[in-house]
Write a protein that binds this ligand. Structure first.
Ligand code: NAP
Length: 237
């Protein structure tokens, strides 16, 4: 069976690192993001026959169209990585409802919908594997990130429930929960100050998260797991 992997959020940050590692391991990749130019640049940089697609995961029709296009050009999806995500940090009382909705739609509903589309295809192929990118903030909580945290905590409940639902169909669903990783999402943070609180004393690299994603995609006896990649942040009270 060919290894066709859809990477939502594959144009930047953690998604690019996942794409680079999976390309080396012989997967055929669909690199997906809203910005098609950037997704194409990433797909081309990988060499091989990888393709780029434009999709907004907060829109169901966009996801359905994208899965049809991928199937037509690369074949049915049997691996899925959900790395598309946004954060709009701020105290709850100052958070606009639109910003709440955009985080929940992109981070949580978007993942539910891509999983729904992928599972349909995986059942027909009698197997598959999904990795959803959560966050340590979804497990521990963080002041100023209540909505983001809720979206990522929801992802854990969703992924573990789906893992139970589809295990008999030979489909596995796991979560990687990163801490602070060097990407556009964390570029505005005060790294010098924050890294003092991390037991390993530094931010992580996207490539370190990618290794955890590949492990979960490729380890056939692991499902419903949340793999934390956070330099030890979870050890703190
Ligand atoms: P990033 O560098 O900002 O990249 C985000 C990716 O998601 C981009 O490819 C972006 O492309 C895509 N995206 C955003 N909204 C989208 C939408 N509505 N539809 C489709 N694609 C969308 O972020 P990152 O740091 O790599 O984060 C990847 C994932 O890891 C996210 O889920 C994030 O919450 C999670 N995470 C990150 C960290 C960290 O420290 N960096 C820590 C914990 C968890 P377009 O903008 O072109 O759509």
């Amino acid at each position: 069976m060919s290894k066709v992997c859809a990477i939502f959020g594959g144009s930047r940050g953690i998604g690019v690192a996942v794409a680079q590692l999976l390309a080396q391991r012989g997967y055929f990749l669909a690199i997906i993001a809203r910005n098609l130019d950037l997704a194409q640049t990433t797909a081309k940089s990988l060499g091989g026959d990888h393709l780029a697609f434009s999709c907004d995961v907060s829109k169901e029709d966009s996801i359905q169209t994208t899965f049809k296009e991928i199937e037509k050009s690369l074949g049915p999806v049997n691996y899925l990585v959900n790395a598309a995500g946004v954060n709009r940090d701020g105290l709850l009382l100052r958070t606009k409802t639109d910003d709440m909705i955009s985080q929940l739609h992109t981070n949580l509903l978007g993942t539910m919908l891509t999983c729904k589309a992928a599972v349909k295809s995986m059942i027909q192929q009698q197997g598959g594997a999904i990795v959803n990118i959560g966050s340590i903030v979804g497990l521990k909580g963080n002041s100023g990130q209540s909505i983001y945290s809720a979206s990522k905590a929801g992802l854990v409940g969703f992924s573990r429930s789906l893992a139970k639902e589809v295990a008999k169909k030979n489909i596995r669903v796991n979560v990687v929960a990163p801490g602070f990783i060097h990407t556009d999402m964390t570029a505005h943070l005060k790294e010098e100050q924050l890294k003092r609180a991390i037991p390993l004393g530094r931010f992580g690299e996207p490539q370190e998260v990618a290794k955890a994603v590949a492990f979960l995609l490729e380890t056939p006896y692991v499902t419903g797991h949340v793999l934390v990649v956070d330099g030890g942040l979870q050890l703190l009270i």
